[in-house]
Design a protein around this ligand. Structure first.
Ligand code: DGL
Length: 264
């Protein structure tokens, strides 16, 4: 393994930064490329076919250009739809991000779990299967809250956050049958942990949020165990679309330890 070969972390926008932070903590020397598809954002309101084609195509081209040792799809929407397809076409190990229903099931005391994802994620058979496997004896209430993606993107650009989107997501879950019993909420979109504070205020306490970031970081560390990392190899962020728009995120990215931005 070439020690300069990076780990490629991919999301539609800033959501994957929640995964980036966890990976960076475990692998401080790893060259990491953070790839955002801002030109395709948001994924959550697109069709399955559109997301699958876009993600598989982009990851193919990115892998050719950057020769990563491992690709992480740091996006629940892309993973629940396109993980199998991407694994079929790329030869490097692929780590996906799927809703953390298993840990939520172990945590809940009331037996009622809320799940916030994008509209596309909550309708996936992948989620039905996770529910059947890990939460068959629980009540899982799902809500596709794509407005939270916009709120998270705004927050990281220092723009005003749409509080109504947050309130409406929480109220919708609470208004479902048994929603008052929710004590654990799966944040099934990598953008949503960026809003934990705002969501916590809206839920009004007594709710534990669960996401997959740390589990994914552990998986990546496990899969790259024993491999050498050249810490002087470049780590940077790359995005589709307009570089100027991406540069609006430069302050946030630099807080995540990413100082170079490039156009893809
Ligand atoms: N961050 C992505 C996820 O985890 C999706 C955001 C979007 O809708 O583009 O689901």
């Amino acid at each position: 393994m070439n020690p300069s070969s990076p780990i490629l972390l991919f999301d539609s926008g800033v959501g994957g930064l929640t995964v980036h932070a966890a990976v960076r903590k475990l692998l401080p020397d790893a060259p990491i490329i953070y790839a955002a598809d801002l030109d395709g954002l948001p994924y959550g309101t697109k069709s399955e076919a559109e997301i699958a084609a876009r993600v598989a195509g982009l990851l193919g081209r990115m892998s050719e250009r950057y020769q990563p040792r491992l690709v992480c799809i740091a996006c629940n929407t892309a993973s629940t739809i396109a993980l199998g397809m991407v694994r079929d076409v790329l030869e490097v190990p692929i780590v996906g991000t799927v809703p953390a229903i298993k840990p939520a099931s172990a945590i809940t005391k009331t037996g009622t779990i809320g799940l916030l994802g994008t509209q596309a994620t909550v309708r996936q058979a992948y989620v039905d299967n996770l529910e059947a496997e890990f939460a068959a004896d629980k009540r899982l209430l799902r809500h596709g809250a794509s407005g939270l993606v916009r709120a998270a993107e705004a927050k990281l650009r220092g723009a005003p956050i749409d509080r109504d989107a947050i309130r409406s997501a929480v109220q919708t879950l609470r208004a479902m049958d048994g929603g008052d019993q929710i004590d654990t909420v799966v944040l099934a979109c990598t953008h949503f942990p960026l809003l934990t504070e705002e969501l916590g205020e809206e839920f009004g306490g007594g709710v534990t949020f669960v996401d997959g970031a740390e589990g994914i970081a552990r998986r990546i560390a496990h899969l790259t165990q024993g491999q050498a990392f050249d810490s002087s190899a470049p780590s940077f962020a790359v995005s589709t679309g307009d570089l100027g728009e991406f540069e609006a995120l430069s302050g946030t990215l630099s807080a995540y330890g990413i100082d170079e931005l490039r156009a893809f």
